[in-house]
Write a protein that binds this ligand. Structure first.
Ligand code: ADP
Ligand code: MG
Length: 305
């Protein structure tokens, strides 16, 4: 079955108007260290991201953000659990079909612009390389190199070697390369870190324009709240799990396996481990979590459950 999926994608047009939905169930990922220890990077992630959604992933260092992105991009396979892009389960796909996805439907920008670029090649050669896997017909329909370079403000640097570009220029080129093949899913790990405010805004604008124009599904990892604020949905990772979610400005804690909840950091700070919390059903879709009495007027916290 997976082989025929690959054939179909090979014939799909280069410019698409829709994004890819991303869904995962019980995703666990372990890394084995040289000493033979297992590091648990993800311990049961369940997510539903709709086609065309734009999501920013937040969370402390080591919480599994980069790992999750590489699994969605088909760069690594999960140790356990299922990952679907659209209707297809990529966690079980053949290597060949997975390679097709990586070159045609999904673009992953790894953390650190230079890791996505050929350092001794020119700006334009990097773009050509990014389009290498496309068929000639797809390439003819794709955004022309010069138009793409104009949109990332790198026309004058077209024949310059990557080694001579500034950090911001490299990041913009990495993004141009990522979108050159008109992906249905763009995964970008810290695409705006270490950039000036101006470069950051340029990169963000480009990312969002891709969603506006093509309906691309866009998942971005960032530690910058002002970057996350431009996304309608934020997912905060915590210890290899989804900790909480923000939607249209409101914060929600997410019920995990066996009903586990991660309290928001500011609440967890006031309610140390061992604190008794009273759970009261309030409405059908809400519960009230209340700190025990004994203290004057305990702070109340309410979350959708
Ligand atoms: P984040 O991007 O949120 O900082 P990562 O996905 O990079 O988190 O890492 C999650 C966990 O997996 C961390 O504990 C990290 O040390 C570990 N990890 C990541 N990559 C490797 C690797 N190649 N080998 C061993 N452990 C790793
Ligand atoms: Mg990371």
């Amino acid at each position: 079955m997976t082989a025929t999926v690959g054939e179909e994608w090979a014939q799909a047009p280069a410019r698409r108007s829709r994004g890819l939905a991303v869904r995962c169930r019980g995703v666990v990922h372990l890394y084995r260290t040289f000493e033979g220890h297992d590091v648990v990077a993800l311990q049961g992630v369940d997510l539903d991201i709709e086609a065309g959604e734009r999501v920013a992933f937040l969370g402390p260092s080591g919480s599994g953000k980069s790992t999750l992105l590489t699994l969605f991009g088909g760069i690594q396979r999960p140790s356990a659990g299922k990952i679907f892009l659209g209707d297809d389960e990529i966690s079980r796909m053949s290597e060949r079909a997975l390679a097709q996805i990586r070159s045609r439907r999904v673009s992953t920008m790894l953390q650190g612009a230079s890791r996505n670029l050929l350092p001794y090649a020119t700006t334009r050669q990097n773009l050509s390389f990014a389009k290498l896997a496309m068929k000639p017909a797809e390439r003819r329909r794709a955004v022309p190199d010069l138009e793409l370079l104009a949109r990332v403000g790198l026309v004058r640097q077209a024949n310059q070697s990557v080694a001579t570009l500034s950090g911001g220029q490299r990041q913009r080129l990495a993004l141009a390369c990522a979108v050159a093949s008109s992906p249905e899913l763009l995964l970008a790990d810290e695409p705006t870190s270490q950039l000036s405010h101006e470069d950051r805004d340029d990169v963000l604008e480009l990312i969002h324009s891709l969603g506006d124009e093509f309906g691309t599904t866009i998942l971005v990892v960032t530690h910058q709240p002002e970057v996350a604020a431009t996304f309608p949905r934020t997912i905060r990772m915590l210890g290899g799990r989804v900790g909480s979610e923000g939607r249209d400005g409101a914060e929600y804690v997410v019920v995990g396996k066996d009903g586990v909840l991660h309290l928001p950091a500011h609440v967890a700070q006031e309610w140390p481990p061992g604190t008794l919390v009273r759970v009261e059903p309030e409405k059908r879709d809400r519960v009230l979590l209340t700190k025990p009495s004994g203290e004057p007027n305990p702070e109340e916290h309410s979350d959708r459950a």
